[in-house]
Design a protein around this ligand. Structure first.
Ligand code: NAD
Ligand code: DAU
Length: 343
C-alpha cells in the first residue's frame, strides 16, 4: 500500500494519523485532501510540510470529478476517510453541513473510489451511531443503530451507505467505530481541550446538566493504531469497534482536569443540558482484539497529563484557533447558557 489518500487530514484525528503513518512506514506516500473548514488546520501538519512523501490538496470530498483525478494522478491504492463535520453541538445549531459532508460527501467519495479502482476504503465512524446506553452493557458491532443527534444520524447514514456499497458493488470498505478521543491538536470545542483552554485562561467550564453523563475515553494514538490495523489487516465488509476501556462521568473528568491544572473547582458552571444528550457510551472492542490484535495501550492518567502539557506548550496554537469564527460560535453556544448557569 504505497499510496494512501487521507481525507480530512488537517483535523484532529486525521493529522495524528498522518504523523503516525509517516513515522511508522518509511515508504508510505500520503495525499491529504482537506476542505479546511473551521476545524481544518494546516498548522497541525507543519512538521511534515517539507516531507517529500506528503502532499496536501485543498479540496472537498463532495467534488467527485476532482477526487477521481486526484486518485488517478497519485495512483492511490487505499483511502481513509476522516473528512466530516464532527461536533454534536454544531449539528444541533445547523444540521445542513453535516448532511452535506457526512452523507453526500461519503457517497461522492465512494463513487470516485469505484471509478478510479481504489482497492481499500476505511470509513472512520463513531460509537454515537449506536445511540445511548443505560447504566450497564457495552456497544458491540451487533448493537442496532439508533443515532440521537443530527451528527450521529449523519454518520449512521454514511455507515449504511458504505454497507450498501459493499453489498451491491463489492466495494472493499471497512467501517471503524471509536469512542471519545482526546490528545494533541483537538479543536477546543470538544470537552477536554475546551476545558483545558478555559481553565488555563481562568474562564468558566460549562458542564452540561449535572455532569453525570458518561464517556469512554481513548487516546488518539491508540485510535490511530486501530485504524492502521483495520486498514492493513481488516476484512472488507466488516465493522470494528475501538474503545479506551475508560469510562468516566463528565463531572469526575472535569474535577480531575482542574486538579491536574492546579485550578479551583469554582470555575465549574452547571449549564442547560445538550438536547437529546446521550447518557452513556461504552465500547466492547473484543472483536478488534481478536481479529486485529489491537488493544488500547495508553493509560488515561498518562495520556491526560501529556495532553495538558501539549496545550500548555502550544498556547499560540490555542490562541489562533480561539479567534475569529470560534468567538461567534462560543457566544452562540454558551452565551445564554453561562448567563443562566446554576452554580
Ligand atoms: P475534526 O472536526 O477535527 O476534523 C475534520 C476535518 O475534516 C477537518 O480538517 C475539516 O477541514 C475536514 N473536512 C470537513 N468537511 C470536509 C469536506 N467536505 N471535504 C474535505 N475535508 C473536509 O474531526 P475529528 O475529531 O478529527 O474526527 C475525524 C473523524 O473521526 C470524523 O469522521 C468523526 O466523525 C470521527 N470520530 C471522531 C471521534 C472524536 O472523538 N473526535 C471519535 C470517533 C470518530
Ligand atoms: O463518541 C465519539 C464522539 O465523541 C465523536 O463521534 C464526536 O465526533 C466527538 O465530538 C465526541 O462526541 P461527544 O458529544 O461525546 O463529545 P464532546 O466533547 O462534545 O462532549 C463530551 C461530553 O461532555 C458530553 O457528554 C457532553 C459534555 N460536554 C461537552 C461540552 C462541549 C459538556 O458538559 N460541556 C461542554 O461544553
Amino acid at each position: 500500500m504505497r499510496s494512501l489518500l487521507v481525507t480530512g487530514g488537517c483535523g484532529f484525528i486525521g493529522s495524528n494519523f498522518i504523523l503516525y503513518q509517516l513515522e511508522h512506514y518509511p515508504q508510505q506516500r500520503i495525499v491529504n485532501l482537506d476542505k479546511l473548514t473551521y476545524a481544518g488546520n494546516p498548522e497541525n501538519l507543519a512538521e511534515v510540510e517539507d516531507d517529500r512523501r506528503y502532499h496536501f490538496v485543498h479540496g472537498d470530498i463532495c467534488d467527485r470529478a476532482a477526487v477521481v483525478e486526484l486518485l488517478r494522478e497519485h495512483a492511490v491504492e487505499a483511502v481513509v476517510n476522516f473528512a466530516a463535520e464532527s461536533h454534536v453541538d454544531r449539528s444541533i445549531l445547523d444540521s445542513g453541513p453535516f448532511v452535506r459532508t457526512n452523507v453526500q460527501g461519503v457517497t461522492a467519495l465512494m463513487d470516485a473510489c469505484r471509478e478510479a479502482g481504489v482497492q481499500r476504503f476505511v470509513q472512520i465512524s463513531t460509537d454515537e451511531v449506536y445511540g445511548s446506553l443505560g447504566p450497564t452493557g457495552r456497544f458491540t458491532e451487533q448493537t442496532p443503530l439508533a443515532p440521537n443527534s443530527p451528527y450521529a444520524a449523519s454518520k449512521a447514514a454514511a455507515d449504511l451507505l458504505v454497507r450498501s456499497y459493499f453489498q451491491t458493488f463489492g466495494f472493499p470498505a471497512i467501517i471503524t467505530r471509536c469512542s471519545n478521543n482526546y490528545g494533541p491538536r483537538q479543536f477546543p470545542e470538544k470537552l477536554i481541550p475546551l476545558f483545558i483552554a478555559n481553565a488555563l485562561a481562568d474562564e468558566p467550564l460549562p458542564v452540561y446538566g449535572r455532569g453525570e453523563n458518561v464517556r469512554d475515553w481513548i487516546h488518539v494514538t491508540d485510535h490511530c493504531r486501530g485504524i492502521d490495523a483495520a486498514l492493513r489487516r481488516g476484512r472488507p465488509g466488516e465493522v470494528y469497534n475501538f474503545g479506551g476501556d475508560c469510562e468516566l462521568r463528565n463531572i469526575d473528568l472535569t474535577r480531575r482536569l482542574l486538579a491536574l491544572l492546579g485550578k479551583p473547582e469554582s470555575l465549574i458552571r452547571f449549564v442547560e443540558d445538550r438536547p437529546g444528550h446521550d447518557w452513556r457510551y461504552a465500547i466492547d472492542a473484543s472483536k478488534a482484539k481478536r481479529e486485529l490484535g489491537w488493544e488500547p495501550t495508553i493509560r488515561f492518567e498518562d495520556g491526560l497529563r501529556d495532553t495538558i502539557t501539549w496545550y500548555r506548550e502550544h498556547a499560540d496554537w490555542v490562541e489562533r484557533v480561539r479567534s475569529g469564527e470560534y468567538r461567534s460560535y462560543y457566544e452562540r453556544q454558551y452565551g445564554r447558557r453561562l448567563s443562566r448557569s446554576v452554580g
